[in-house]
Structure formats: C-alpha cells, structure tokens
Design a protein. Structure first.
Length: 308
C-alpha cells in the first residue's frame, strides 16, 4: 500500500465514527442528554487521561519541548494578528471578529488525536499532545480576549481569566503529565495501559459528538468571504507557520509532519459555545465549524502527503 493509501486508510475510521454520530443525531438515537454526557466525560476524563499518559511517557526528546512551546504560541499569535488585520481591512462587524479569529487558530483535538497515532506512531501522538497542551492555554486565552475586546458583554478580570484557565481539565492534565516527565518518573504498565484505554474511548466519543454536532448545526453556509479568509488562515497560513518554525528549529521530520497536521486541523466545535457566551456571532461560528470540518476531509490528506 502506497503512502496515499495509508493516509486514506487512516481517515476511514474517523469518517465512519463522525458519520455514526451524524446519523445517530438525525435518527434520534442520540438525544441531548446522551450527547452532553459523551461530550462531558470525553472532555473531563478521557481526553485528560490521553494527554497525561502521552506527556508523562512522551517519546519526544526533552530538547524539543521549548521549540514546540515557542512555535505553538508564535504561530497562534501571528495567525491571530493576521486575521485581525484582515478584519480591520475588510470592515468586518465587531460581533464577527471573534468567530473569524477562532476559526483561524483553534483546533479540533479529537480529530487530531484520532489521526496522529495511525499516521505517525507514538512519537507523533506525543508531539501532538504536547502541542495541544500549549495550544489549549494560548488559544483559549486569545479567544476570550478577542471576543471580549470586540463583542463582549461582561469583562472578567485577569484573576477570573486565570482561574478559568487553571480549572480547565486539559490544562491540568497537561501540566501534571509534563511535571511527571520532568521528574523522571515512570508509569506502571497497568496504569499506562488503563490511561491509554481511556484515551481511545475519548477519541471515539469525541468523534461521535463531532458528527452529532454537525447534524445540529445551522444548514446555512457562511458567506464566501468569511469562509475564504478563515480557510486560508487555518489550512494554509497556520500550518505553514508551524512547519517553517519546526524546520528552523531542526525538529525531527516525524515530529514536524505530525505537528503540521495538527495545525491544519479544522477549528474546535467548542468555539460555538464560547462565541455564544461572550457576545460573538454564534451562527457564523457554527457555519464556519461545519464548513471547515467538511473541507478538512480534503485538506488533511493533502497535508500529510506533502509533509509526511
């Protein structure tokens, strides 16, 4: 099987699980209670277990941690600044600026983790987990600040923002995993296996929730200008920034390929809730989530073939 066949083969289970969630929602087999329960347990238990396990037993060299932190933060911030400049140039309404920015630099972690292991192995998954842990902090902070600056109703203090980030289960699990690794501690084999099983359950639940969310999203597509500008930033600018910096830092080619794929992921479905809570255009955000999720099925295989 050639590389193209391997890439498509890795995408088949992902597409089937998303399709299962979509059909389950459309048929009524997945109701609001089940969908909410799957999302909550995946977000609060399964995904933190995956992050902790992969960071605590990371195969990524310690020398790569600082470069990954720097390229994650700088790529997200540069993509944000570019989108803010575009919004100012195009006279984008204030309520739409936040969705434009979030669609340009946030990631669908569930989709990413489901692809990294079959495509790039344990090292690729560990690199993605590390990038995800840094991105959760940076992207969430940027999202809240931009939404509040342009369309927010209630402005929290820096202390409240810090507490909100500190309570984030993904940040907590990432910090614990990095601390465990830095301490030179090893995970007992049964514990590591248990955490890996929880992580796999999180990937499955997350993809099902993604499919269900697509079934619930508004059918109206975003305006071509919004789709084109955010698509350019998300699928071209952001992964190009990450790839270029990884090359400058001299990171391992496998790690470089894995994180480039991660930066090309479609925006996070949770962006819709954040936009709705903080005064952004939630309908536009929903349309961008759906459109990017569909486009990603075409873009991501191409990214893997180009950099893999």
């Amino acid at each position: 099987m050639g590389r193209a066949g391997e890439v498509l083969y890795a995408f088949v289970p992902v597409l089937l699980l998303i399709l299962g969630g979509y059909l389950g929602q459309r048929s009524g087999r997945i109701d609001a209670g089940l969908r909410s329960g799957l999302e909550r347990i995946a977000y609060h238990v399964f995904l933190p277990a995956l992050l902790f396990q992969n960071l605590a037993s990371s195969a990524v060299p310690g020398a790569a941690v600082l470069p990954l932190l720097l390229l994650t933060a700088s790529s997200i911030l540069l993509a944000t600044l570019a989108m803010l400049a575009w919004c100012r140039h195009a006279a984008v309404p204030a309520a739409e600026v936040g969705p434009h920015v979030m669609a340009s630099m946030r990631f669908n972690n569930f989709l990413g983790f489901s692809l990294l292991l079959p495509l790039f192995g344990p090292i690729g998954l560990a690199a993605g987990a590390m990038v995800s842990s840094f991105a959760v902090i940076v992207a969430n902070t940027v999202s809240v600040v931009v939404l509040l600056a342009y369309a927010g109703r209630n402005r929290p203090s820096l202390r409240q923002l810090g507490l909100e980030l500190a309570r984030n289960p993904l940040i907590q699990a990432s910090a614990a995993g990095l601390a465990w690794k830095a301490g030179g501690l090893d995970l007992l084999a049964p514990v590591e296996r248990t955490l890996a099983m929880l992580g796999q359950a999180g990937i499955v639940c997350g993809l099902i929730v993604v499919g269900a969310a697509l079934a619930l999203a508004p059918s109206a597509l975003p305006r071509p200008a919004a789709l084109a500008s955010t698509g350019f930033a998300k699928f071209l600018l952001l992964p190009a920034l990450a790839y270029g910096q990884a090359w400058l830092f001299g990171l391992d080619p496998l790690v470089t390929a894995a994180i480039t794929l991660f930066f090309a992921l479609p925006t996070a479905p949770a962006s819709y809730l954040l936009a709705r809570q903080l005064g952004g255009d939630a309908e536009l955000m929903a349309g961008l989530i759906v459109a990017q999720s569909v486009l990603a099925m075409l873009v991501l295989p191409a990214v893997v073939l180009l950099v893999g």
